[in-house]
Design a protein around this ligand. Structure first.
Ligand code: EPU
Length: 336
């Protein structure tokens, strides 16, 4: 069963399963799958996936390539299987800046470039120098530069342009020695209100606290974190759409939370749209629900199936579309 390998705790079995602890294992698994005509799905920390109840008919390859190697001048090459937050803790502890706001995010290092993980005003794209991956179509390892990774908001070469082509095995980060912590995000500024001279470790600690309060930190026994984090992407829309959202909510456009997203477009919090369409914290639809602490996380309230979560997803997408004319897009990957 794949359920225990995911933070949602949902999902049926895989026909085949392999644990790759070395790059040679990755190659061997790809060759095996090809020879046997079997589909493959690459699993990292399982924190951003929703696995179907029927499971995955094919080979699930869990990436457990470990190791953190210093390559000098704030540069580290990190195995895809390393736990992301352990890496953040190590870097902040060394006084290296660039990932402190990404503390407490569940999952493994290899997943971070795939969806360009971001939070509290930082994205991994800012510190990734290159990604080493096995190119399944060419049968060889490649080092992809940051530009080649084509990072966008929650998107990259790996999940959008060429999905399934590359298996990430190592990620090279470049951090800033003596760098100041990034305190761009409003939630963070509010919490730190005027405190000065914080160390990177202190900032990371505050970020983990905020995440814990929102049920966005994995805490044993906390039902709100039986989720895949944010379930929907924050939509990026034009000014006229913002106007129609405001009109539907009977508000002035300035009262609808939004942030500039380039090219005259704005990002609107999906959580706000949900709440204003009646999908509030603690909303329950049988065993599927909305976190009691953060509207954007759908949760497995206990014994939920993938079908339960998908039913709730459809209800929310339909409700938000009807209320605001915006079609929300799921953020976690659906497997199976
Ligand atoms: N909001 C609500 N209700 C809520 C929560 C938020 O209305 O329950 C509205 C508020 O207007 C708030 C705004 O949404 O100001 C933004 O909320 P928050 O700061 O919690 O961030 P988010 O947009 O909901 C994004 C990421 C998270 C990341 C946080 C913090 C996406 C899809 N989600 O959430 O990433 O941790 O910012 O930076 O971009 C993830 O991708 O899985 C994820 C957890």
């Amino acid at each position: 069963m794949l359920a225990p390998l995911t933070t949602f705790g949902i999902g049926g079995p895989a026909s085949y399963f392999a644990d790759a602890t070395t790059e040679e294992d990755v190659v061997a698994a790809v060759i095996w799958a090809r020879e046997h005509g079997v589909r493959m799905f690459v699993l990292g920390g399982g924190s951003n996936v929703l696995v179907r109840d029927t499971g995955f008919r094919g080979l699930v390859l869990k990436i457990g390539v470990m190791g953190v190697e210093a390559c000098g001048d704030g540069c580290f090459e990190v195995g895809a299987g390393e736990v992301w937050d352990d890496f953040v803790e190590a870097m902040t502890g060394l006084g290296l800046a660039g990932v402190e706001c990404l503390a407490g995010i569940p999952g493994s290092v290899g997943g971070t470039p795939v969806q360009n993980v971001g939070a509290y005003g930082q994205e991994v794209a800012e510190t990734i120098e290159s990604v080493r991956a096995f190119d399944v179509s060419d049968g060889k390892f490649v080092a992809l530069s940051k530009a080649e990774c084509r990072f966008r908001y929650r998107e990259s070469l790996f999940n959008m342009d060429e999905p399934g082509r590359y298996i990430v095995t190592r990620v090279r980060f470049r951090l800033r020695a003596g760098g100041e912590p990034n305190l761009r995000y409003a939630d963070l500024q509010r919490r730190l209100g005027g405190m000065e001279g914080l160390t990177l470790t202190e900032v990371a600690k505050v970020v983990r606290e905020i995440r814990r309060e929102k049920g966005m930190l994995l805490v044993e026994g906390d039902a709100d974190c039986r989720s895949a984090g944010s379930f929907f992407k924050n939509p990026i829309i034009g000014e006229e759409m913002l106007g129609s959202i405001a009109a539907a909510a009977r508000l002035e456009a300035s009262k609808v939370p939004h942030w500039p997203a380039g090219d005259g477009r704005v990002k609107v919090p999906a959580a706000w749209l949900l709440e204003h369409a009646g999908f509030v914290k603690g909303y329950a639809d049988g065993p599927a629900g909305i976190s009691t602490r953060h509207t954007l996380a759908l949760t497995n309230r206990g014994g939920a199936t993938c079908a339960d979560i998908e039913r709730l997803q459809e209800r929310i997408v339909g409700g938000v579309k009807e209320r605001f004319g915006v079609t929300l897009v799921r953020e976690p990957v659906l497997v199976g």
